[in-house]
Write a protein that binds this ligand. Structure first.
Ligand code: PMP
Length: 412
């Protein structure tokens, strides 16, 4: 690099002086990126990374301060649970830090297969498959499904997660969007746009990540049946928190959902994701989902933590009941302050503020006062519905909710 540097040109530093990159090479890329960043700045949308660390009792450490955390998704407090830490340590000590290869090469251990059988039993399906992350699962699985369903009509709730949109975009398929949780609208679209298609696929979430409301599983199952449509449900925020033993809302309609996706990264306190469904579905994905085939298998420590979480989650009824009670307390308090909390009925509670600048200012004021509640703004949520997204943790006490409400009231 040093030798190829044009005479007199400055050196940009990337990985330190020994790995300096010639400025000319950086400019070929960076000039474009700097212009794109300037557009992000102009729109007031620039984001930056700020370090934080989860702490017990629903707290988070950020920049030397301990804040009450209403932003993380560690709903059950498992991310720092001694049993998960110990099992991750044990499995790492026994099997190493890396899995060594992708699943179809030598990356499949006995532990992967045993864990997949456990997840299938937990979700009440024939089979399950572990993915590196929820984003990757959605982005990899949807194009694989659509490759096997040529000409399929795809129906999506307007508020599905970005990772599902990535999967649909990768498939190059047009989607028919129905209004959020409006299953009458879905029914109309199924009848209008679906009837002449060779196949139909409905994509939705059981608990919506930004609104904390639930989809009606029974009606979705009935619509899928009546219109002969395959049903795909993302349970990222329901897994561990809702349903009997934390099995998610899919447990309300056993056998009626063709594909259930969920993550280990939220209530289960770990990392990675699963797809649960029929044996045929899983066998197909092993052969066709690029984001499964061409990535290294999740390592032993990650699997150990998931295994321990699955030991604990079914018995965490007290934590689930506590989260539900905190949610009710928070919604009642927000309503008393005149704030709209939408249709939330879970551990995720929005406080809709409206203008982006107001939501940002409120979040900043709360942080000054010792509370971390993220402002969520377009494009993540529709314009005019910028909000605080308040995520509850089982470690919170009722007094934490009351203190947050008082701080919101004061800031307003
Ligand atoms: N689906 C939904 C609904 C999500 O909220 C998320 C996480 N933000 C994901 C998928 C992606 O999961 P992961 O964080 O494991 O990649």
């Amino acid at each position: 690099l040093q030798r190829s540097r044009p005479k007199g040109s400055p050196i940009g530093h990337c990985l330190g002086a020994r790995h300096a990159i010639p400025a000319a090479a950086m400019n070929r890329l960076d000039s474009h990126l700097a212009a794109a960043l300037a557009r992000i700045d102009a729109a007031g949308q620039r984001r930056t990374l700020r370090p934080a660390a989860l702490a017990p009792h629903g707290r988070v450490l950020r920049e030397g301060r301990e804040l009450t955390d209403f932003s993380s998704n560690d709903y059950l407090g498992l991310a720092r649970h001694p049993l998960l830490i110990e099992r991750a340590r044990e499995w790492t000590a026994a099997h190493g830090t890396g899995s060594g290869a992708s699943r179809l090469v030598t990356g499949t251990s006995e532990a992967h297969l045993a864990l997949e059988a456990r997840i299938a039993a937990f979700k009440g399906t024939e089979a399950a498959l572990i993915f590196a992350s929820g984003w990757q699962a959605n982005a990899a699985v949807i194009p694989a499904l659509l490759a096997a369903m040529p000409g399929a009509a795809v129906f999506t709730d307007r508020l599905i997660h970005a990772s599902m949109h990535a999967g649909i975009a990768m498939a190059g398929v047009r989607q028919h969007r129905f209004r959020h949780n409006d299953l009458d609208h879905l029914e109309t679209l199924l009848a209008e746009k679906g009837k002449d298609a060779p196949a139909r696929l409905i994509l939705t979430e059981s608990v919506f990540s930004m609104d904390g409301d639930r989809a009606d599983m029974r009606r979705l199952a009935a619509l899928a049946e009546a219109h002969h449509a395959a049903l795909f449900v993302d349970e990222a925020h329901a897994t561990g928190v809702l349903g009997p033993e934390g099995r998610g809302l899919s447990a309300e309609v056993p056998g009626a959902i063709d594909l259930i996706m969920g993550t280990f990264s939220k209530a289960l306190g770990g990392f990675g994701a699963y797809i649960a469904g029929s044996r045929v579905l899983i066998d197909y994905l092993v052969n066709a989902a690029s984001g499964f085939i061409f990535t290294t298998a999740p390592p032993p420590g990650v699997l150990g933590a998931i295994d321990a979480a699955l030991d604990l989650v079914p018995g965490m009824e007290a934590e689930r009941a506590h989260l539900a009670a905190l949610g009710t307390r928070l919604r009642t308090g927000l309503a008393a302050l005149g704030l709209d909390h939408g249709a939330s009925s879970t551990q995720i509670v929005p406080a809709v503020i409206g203008a982006e600048a107001d939501a940002m200012a409120l979040s900043a004021r709360l942080e000054d006062a010792g509370f971390l509640a993220s402002a969520i703004r377009p494009p993540t949520v529709p314009p005019g519905t910028s909000r605080l997204r308040i995520a509850l943790r089982a470690g919170h006490a009722e007094a934490d909710i009351d203190a947050l409400l008082a701080a919101i009231g004061a800031a307003l």
